[in-house]
Design a protein around this ligand. Structure first.
Ligand SMILES: Cc1ncc(COP(=O)(O)O)c(C=O)c1O
Length: 387
C-alpha cells in the first residue's frame, strides 16, 4: 500500500536506546537508565485516590472537548499562584498530553508548507509532527554563548510563520529569562510569525523561576502538561492556553481530532494539583541528583556541559571524545552498563558529537551511574594512551 510522503518521519532514537537497554537487561545485565526522559515516580497518591473514588461513582464518559470545567479553572489558578498572572479559565484547553496540544496548535495556526522555527538542539517530535502535518520545520542552530536557546538573529531572514521555543528545554535544561523571551516574542511578531511556548518542564527549575510567555504577551500559544512536574507521563493529559479569539478554533479541531482528553486522567490531574508536598519531595530528589551530576560528570571527563537551569537533563558536548555519538552511546551501554541518549535525536547536524544524560531516577541510581561512567572513561583513557 502506498504511503504519504508526509509519513516519512524519523524514528525517536532514544526509543532504540531503551530497546537495547531492555535487551541487555533480558540477558541478565544490570543497567542504569540515564536515557529516559520521564520521572521514576508515579502519579501523586492523592491523584490515584481521587480517581479510585470517581471510578466507583460514575461512568467516566466523554467530557466536553475543552476539558472538565473544574480542571480548566484550577489550571488558570496555577498561573496566579506560580507567576502572578490573572488568567481567564476560558482560555485553557485540556489536551491529550502536550503531544496532543502540538497537533492542535500546528493545525490551528498553520497551512501546508508554512515554516516553523525550532531550536536545535530541541525536542525531536516538534520536527517530526510538523513534517507529518505537511509543515516545514526550520532548525535554528543555537549557540553555546546563548545557552543553546534561539535568539532573534537566528531567524530574522528565515521567513517563518511560526516560532516554537521551550524553556526549560529538552535536551539542555537551559531557560529563557524575561529579556530573552521578550526579544523572541517581539522578533516573531514583527515578522507576522505566531509564537508558541512549550512550558512542559515548568516547576522543575533549580536556580531561578521559569518565565511563562503569558507574563509578556497574550498573543501566544502556551503548552504544558501533567507529564513532568506532576509525574503523570502515561496518563496522557496536558493543556494549552490560547488567546480568547482562538478558543473556538481550537475547540472545533479538538472535538474532531480527540473528542476529549481521557476523562479518568483529567480527574486525576485535578487532584494532582493539590499534591504539592509529594511533588516538592520529587523535586528535592532531582535537586540532589542535579548536584551529583554537576560534580560527577566533569570528574568522569564530561566537562563541556550546558548550564542545566531546569528539567532533569544534562547535555554534554563530547566532540573531544567522539564524532559518532550513536556508537559512543552503544559503547557506554555495552561496557559501563549505563544507557544514555546520543544527541542525534535532538540535533541532526551537530548531534553526532553530543550526549544527553537524564537524572530523573533515584539518587542511588545516579550515584551508581556516575561511578560506572568514571570507571569507563578512566579505562578508555588508559586504553587510548596505551594504544
Ligand atoms: C520538551 C518536551 N515537550 C513535550 C514532550 C511530550 O510530553 P507529553 O507527555 O506531555 O506529551 C516532551 C517529552 O519528553 C518534551 O521533552
Amino acid at each position: 500500500m502506498r504511503n504519504s510522503t508526509r509519513s516519512g518521519v524519523d524514528p525517536f532514537i532514544v526509543m532504540d536506546v531503551m530497546e537495547a537497554a531492555r535487551r541487555a537487561e533480558e540477558a541478565g545485565r544490570h543497567i542504569i537508565h540515564m536515557e529516559v526522559g520521564q520521572p521514576g515516580t508515579g502519579a501523586p497518591k492523592g491523584a490515584v485516590d481521587a480517581l479510585a473514588k470517581e471510578m466507583s461513582q460514575g461512568p467516566l464518559g466523554y467530557t466536553v472537548a475543552l476539558g472538565l470545567p473544574a480542571l480548566r479553572k484550577r489550571i488558570a489558578q496555577l498561573y496566579g499562584d506560580w507567576y502572578n498572572v490573572d488568567l481567564n479559565p476560558e482560555r485553557v484547553v485540556v489536551t491529550p498530553g502536550s503531544s496532543g496540544a502540538f497537533l492542535l496548535t500546528f493545525s490551528a495556526l498553520f497551512d501546508s508548507g508554512d515554516r516553523v522555527g525550532i531550536g536545535a538542539p530541541g525536542y525531536p517530535s516538534y520536527r517530526q509532527i510538523l513534517k507529518a502535518l505537511g509543515l516545514v520545520p526550520v532548525d535554528l542552530q543555537t549557540a553555546p554563548e546563548n545557552r543553546l536557546q534561539p535568539v532573534p538573529g537566528d531567524f530574522l531572514d528565515k521567513d517563518l510563520q511560526g516560532l516554537m521555543v521551550a524553556s526549560p528545554a529538552n535536551p539542555t535544561g537551559t531557560m529563557l529569562n524575561h529579556g530573552s523571551m521578550g526579544a523572541l516574542i517581539e522578533a516573531a511578531h514583527s515578522q507576522g510569525a505566531s509564537f508558541i511556548s512549550d512550558e512542559i518542564y515548568h516547576g522543575l527549575e533549580y536556580e531561578a523561576k521559569a518565565v511563562t510567555a503569558l507574563e509578556l504577551t497574550d498573543e501566544c500559544y502556551v503548552i504544558n502538561s501533567f507529564s513532568k512536574y506532576f509525574s503523570m507521563t502515561g496518563w496522557r493529559v496536558g493543556w494549552m492556553v490560547v488567546p480568547e479569539d482562538q478558543v473556538r478554533v481550537v475547540e472545533r479541531i479538538a472535538q474532531n481530532m480527540f473528542i476529549c482528553a481521557p476523562h479518568a486522567s483529567q480527574v486525576a490531574a485535578l487532584a494532582a494539583m493539590e499534591c504539592d508536598d509529594e511533588l516538592q519531595a520529587n523535586l528535592d530528589v532531582y535537586k540532589a541528583n542535579r548536584a551529583l551530576m554537576l560534580e560527577g560528570l566533569p570528574k568522569a571527563g564530561f566537562t563541556n556541559i550546558a548550564p542545566p537551569d531546569g528539567a532533569f537533563y544534562v547535555y554534554a558536548d563530547v566532540s573531544e571524545l567522539t564524532d559518532d555519538s550513536l556508537a559512543f552511546a552503544a559503547e557506554i551501554l555495552d561496557e559501563a552498563g549505563v544507557a544514555v541518549t546520543p544527541g542525534l535525536d535532538f540535533d541532526p547536524l551537530r548531534g553526532h558529537t553530543t550526549l544527553r544524560f537524564s537524572y530523573a531516577r533515584s539518587s542511588a541510581d545516579i550515584e551508581e551511574g556516575l561511578s560506572r561512567l568514571r570507571e569507563f572513561m578512566a579505562n578508555r583513557g588508559a586504553a587510548s594512551s596505551a594504544g
